[in-house]
Design a protein around this ligand. Structure first.
Ligand code: K1U
Ligand code: ZN
Length: 181
């Protein structure tokens, strides 16, 4: 098992469209296991392969309190979405520290392959429906900040770039100090 580095907005690789998985084999199962480990370590409820720089259609989700109900969705397709919309606060492991209100379909039905390659239909509402839509957006290169105004998105971009530059400076300084010791 391995922790995978998560890409952060505004990294352009987050805008790539993922391609379908051709065969659910040992490589895909290992990737899904690594994605679950990475999601749990980051205290997320979902993660898309795009976020770990893999352009294949793989999503992992666990919305349970106990973190003992992992779901793997491969090549997910939307079968149906309700006209009813819900608005809720969303976060994203690729947009750390930012939470904004987003409108989503209240209910969705999705078809996907599981980690064994078996076809599953999932009917989702509540947090699971929101999370599935958020993760399927990632596979299309779309982030929740794309639903915000250009002004808000620009402010978030500036703030995160500043934080990333600061983190790079601190890392450089840490390496310099370790080399000098
Ligand atoms: O895709 C991701 O970056 C994961 C993201 C999923 C998500 C969160 C909230 C609404 C929709 C989709 C996260 O898990 S961010 C962490 C977070 O916001 C959260 C964690 C536990 C419960 C609820 C939200
Ligand atoms: Zn996200």
């Amino acid at each position: 098992m391995a922790l995978l580095p998560i890409l952060h907005f505004p990294d352009a690789r987050l805008q790539r469209t993922a391609r379908p998985v051709l065969a659910v084999d040992a490589r895909i199962r290992q990737l899904a296991a690594d994605m679950l480990e990475t999601m749990y370590a980051a205290h997320g409820i979902g993660l898309a392969a795009t976020q770990v720089n893999v352009d294949e259609q793989i999503i992992v989700i666990d919305i349970s309190e106990e973190k003992n109900a992992p779901q793997v969705l491969i090549n997910p397709t939307l079968l149906w979405q309700s006209e009813e919309r819900v608005e809720g606060d969303e976060g994203c492991l690729s947009v750390p520290g930012i939470y904004e209100k987003v409108q989503r379909a209240a209910e969705v039905r999705v078809r996907a392959l599981d980690a064994e390659g078996a076809e599953r239909d999932i009917a989702a509402s509540g947090l699971l429906a929101v999370c599935i839509q958020h993760e399927m957006d990632h596979l299309k290169g779309r982030l929740f900040v794309d639903y915000l105004s250009a002004l808000k998105r620009g402010r978030i971009r500036t703030r995160l770039l500043k934080e990333q530059r600061q983190a790079q400076r601190e890392e450089k300084e840490r390496v310099r100090r370790e080399g000098a010791a």
